[in-house]
Design a binder for this molecule. Structure first.
Ligand SMILES: NC(=O)c1ccc[n+]([C@@H]2O[C@H](COP(=O)([O-])OP(=O)(O)OC[C@H]3O[C@@H](n4cnc5c(N)ncnc54)[C@H](OP(=O)(O)O)[C@@H]3O)[C@@H](O)[C@H]2O)c1
Length: 246
């Protein structure tokens, strides 16, 4: 049976993605920081779908874990590992981060540096094997900086650029790199935040992620209409954009 490693597996979107893969008969390796939550999730998916599941503790901000546990986890998955889905992220407290450098650093490191360092390890693994896929959740927030979330947005913009370069590097090795750019999704990350519209369910995003991985697409907006919304937003001249309260 094929298997998939999910990084940031306790996220609401990742849980739905894991269920989608399990429904399609993939074994799962679930990684995040919360061991108790991971164990419960792995047991639940195993019971519901009858697929083998494993839980693996991993903090992407711990360089030693990324350099030792992650390669060990990839190696242990063996030949059945078909790909990795990265769902790690945090919205953080953007307002607090204006004055609190530690919070600013946490937002930038979780959404960019930690993800990139983990994906470097994953990329080397699949490049050697000359097959596999790497799918990462970036965000429409990376398409244009807005006053309400430009730390998160700039980290996601960096992640999208990294994925673009990685796709270019791994193309000749037969490894696919898929960038997912969700709009607003109904999860704890967005709960209670003002100004949300067209909220998608984690399950709808999961179906889109599964479809994107199995199609030949490189960059996928989810739901699809965000591609056009972001096109319009990117076209607004800076002189007008800076006057808007977004
Ligand atoms: N919700 C939205 O509207 C939306 C929109 C666009 C993009 N996205 C992106 O989609 C992804 C999932 O979002 P979500 O709303 O489902 O998020 P979420 O529920 O807040 O989950 C975030 C995940 O990241 C993991 N994580 C955080 N810091 C970590 C670290 N240092 N090391 C390892 N794992 C870490 C968390 O696991 P533990 O805390 O258990 O370690 C959790 O699994 C994120 O990348 C997010 O940026 C979300």
């Amino acid at each position: 049976m094929p298997s998939v490693l999910i990084l940031g597996a306790t996220s609401a979107i990742a849980r739905a993605i894991a269920a989608e893969f399990a429904r399609h008969r993939s074994e799962l390796i679930l990684a995040a920081r919360d061991a108790e939550e991971l164990t419960a999730l792995a047991a639940d998916l195993n019971l519901r779908y009858g697929v083998k599941t494993q839980a693996q503790c991993l903090d992407v901000l711990d360089p030693a874990a990324v350099e030792t546990s992650l390669p060990a986890c990839l190696a242990a998955a063996g030949e059945t590992l078909t790909g990795v889905v990265l769902c790690v992220g945090t919205m953080g407290d953007e307002e607090a981060a204006r004055a609190n450098q530690a919070e600013a650093e946490r937002i930038l490191n979780t959404n960019f540096t930690g993800c990139v360092l983990a994906l470097n390890v994953v990329a080397n693994h699949f490049e050697k094997r000359k097959r596999g896929f790497i799918c990462a959740l970036s965000s429409v927030a990376g398409d244009r900086g807005r006053q309400s979330n430009y730390l998160y947005g700039s980290a996601k913009a960096g992640l999208s650029a990294y994925l673009q370069g990685l796709r270019n590097r791994l193309f000749r090795s037969g490894v696919r790199v898929i960038t997912i750019k969700p709009g607003f999704v109904d999860t704890s990350m967005t709960f209670g935040r003002p100004g949300l519209f067209l909220l998608a369910s984690p399950e709808a995003i999961a179906r889109g992620v599964y479809k994107a991985i199995n199609s030949g697409k490189d960059v996928v907006y989810l739901p699809w209409f965000w591609r056009w919304i972001m096109l319009v937003i990117r076209l607004v001249p800076e002189g007008i954009f800076k006057r808007l309260r977004l």
